[in-house]
Write a protein of this length. Sequence first.
Length: 236
Amino acid sequence: MKVTIVDDTREDAELLLDALERFGRENKEEMDVTLLNSAASFLRSYEQNKPELVILDIDMPGINGMEAAHKIRETDENVCLLFVTNMRHYVLEGYSVDALDYLIKPVTYEDFVLRMKKARRYILRNRDEKVVLHVAGGIVTLNVSDIYYVESMLHNLTYHAKSGDYRVRESMSRAEELLRKYSFASCNKSYLVNLRHVEAISRNEVTVAGAVLKMSRGKKQEFINRYTRYLGGMRQ
């Protein structure tokens, strides 16, 4: 995970760095961390660093963290913003820059872990990873975001994607193991759906990229719950 910490107080920045390193060890997540002590240096280096997560102190001299966030949002609507502040009145303003959440100083590790798990779900949801499919006669590489849904029929799976349909000899349990972390969910035992392509949910059906798929009674509630969490950035 590529993270930038922006905090003008060295002790606070080092506390966040220690917490990040501990979180990485505990969750087997490699951390590529950049420490910066001003919003101005953060803005100057942003295009070069391109972080996935910015942990941004609000109360800084010169350009404050909220002003920096507004500038970043002019060019990047996806980067995950996590504010750090000792002033709760900034919380509502964070909605205007689509901040993921806030950490109130002094930051405890327990609070930090909760926000980082949420941030990781958001980041993974927006990464465009690739999967390799072994189809008849060769290999196909697909972006996860381009897969609409996976369909199971007899002992084969069909990956329905933007570029076409790809048939592989594989079990649904294997596909679920591969794709669940990328916001896929089962609406019944025959379909594994990419939640980013859900267009509508009706009483017993879900529409995915124009295709209408049946939801089973046993899978329906969990599917709806996972889709609701997905919309809220609560990827599971």
